[in-house]
Design a protein around this ligand. Structure first.
Ligand code: CP3
Length: 344
């Protein structure tokens, strides 16, 4: 059975415009909170294929989104490279021993060996594929090397990125060595996700906006394109979505072989369409906080539909859904995307 989401990623005509939401499996769903409580904590949940499969499928059953996204986290990659990841309640992710030197980097596991340690992810994918309806797609994902490197260097989330940027401007060779090692793991990791059964892959560059536009290509985009082109060469039938958050000033320079460009909420859809719409399918881009109001949601969905006209488009938020959004508002968003694009 053909999957409308995969067809849309390739720019084919579809009966309506498919929709999913970044971070759709998560804390706004009481059903998710129940499974997480059973697991004990978030990382246990990522490590348990049965439970990770269950929470992956929740938004498909509850909201009728057109694609499921694998439940995991981008930070399991550096964790399996040998960095000790923990999630501190109320504070987010932490690495106890961030990378400060080439010797720190050399201690980390690379390539195939690191990617082979992520067996629980591949098992989760196999389980999901057994249970997911044939007409729904499964999205695999990774963090972009730059976004992963920010956590590996800072040791946690950051507002200023000062430690990474100090390295970028005063020791760029070390930053490139880190990005190289991460890129080489990610290429094999994504290959293994595809071999395990994902239908589409997305690369999240959540912290793209931290880099000045003139240096974005050198420190992030070129590595994302390298990953995409490696996968497109081997698996041309698997669409690749690149999502760099917050880089409107870079749109005129976007290049590379990939299928879908994820538009974040700070970039007007019309602006992205004019620059990239002929070359790539566009995904996005409602401001996630509009989900707090059904009226504000409907208005935005209608404007996006008017801009994209149901062509070469996938509906999504312009970044992840927040934990305090009412489930019925999330449902309203999905229904409205389906309604305006003609789903019967
Ligand atoms: O539904 C989905 O999208 C699939 C699951 C998913 C998670 N994280 C689960 C998660 C995905 C795709 C991610 C990606 C991710 N993780 C990104 C890129 C996407 C983005 O939103 O920009 C980033 C930067 C991370 C790193 C990360 N993981 C942070 C900063 C945090 C803590 C802050 C937060 O958002 O809560 C996490 C934890 C995390 N990852 C949770 C979930 C459901 C919350 C953990 C919990 O249950 O307490």
């Amino acid at each position: 059975m053909s999957k409308i989401f995969v067809d849309a990623c390739f720019g084919k005509e579809t009966p309506y415009t498919p929709v999913w939401m970044m971070r759709q499996a998560g804390r706004y769903l009481p059903e998710y909170m129940e499974v997480r409580a059973k697991a004990g904590n978030f990382l246990n949940l990522c490590h348990n294929p049965e439970m990770a499969c269950e929470v992956t499928l929740q938004p498909v059953d509850i909201l009728d989104v057109d694609a499921a996204i694998l439940f995991s986290d981008i930070l399991v990659i550096p964790d399996e490279m040998g960095m000790d990841l923990s999630f501190v309640k109320g504070e987010g992710p932490k690495f106890s021993d961030p990378i400060k030197s080439e010797a720190d980097l050399d201690r980390l596991i690379g390539g195939e060996e690191a990617a082979s340690k992520l067996t629980y992810v591949y098992e989760t994918i196999e389980l999901i594929k057994q249970k997911l309806a044939d007409d729904k797609a499964l999205i695999g994902f990774t963090g972009a090397p730059w976004t992963l490197a920010t956590y590996m260097i800072e040791g946690q989330g950051t507002k200023t990125y000062n430690i990474c940027k100090k390295m970028m401007y005063s020791n760029p060779d070390l930053l490139h060595k880190i990005l190289r090692k991460v890129t080489d793991v990610v290429k094999i990791y994504m290959e293994k996700q595809i071999e395990a059964g994902v239908d589409v892959v997305q690369v999240f560059d959540s912290w793209a906006a931290a880099i000045e536009p003139g240096m974005y290509d050198e420190f992030s985009w070129k590595y994302m394109v390298e990953i995409s082109e490696y996968l497109k060469e081997k698996y041309p039938h698997i669409p690749v979505i690149l999502f760099p958050k917050g880089i409107p000033a870079f749109l005129d320079k976007v290049y590379g072989n990939f299928d879908v460009f994820g538009v974040d909420w700070s970039t007007p859809m019309k602006f992205a369409k004019e620059r990239l719409g002929d070359k790539y399918v566009l995904q996005g881009n409602m401001e996630p906080c509009r989900l707090y109001s059904k009226e504000a949601t409907t208005k935005c969905v209608e404007v996006i539909q008017e801009t994209m006209q149901g062509k070469r488009h996938i509906f999504n938020l312009g970044h992840g859904i927040l934990p305090d959004v009412p489930v019925e508002n999330a449902k309203h968003f999905i229904n409205e995307c389906h309604r305006v694009s003609g789903k019967k």
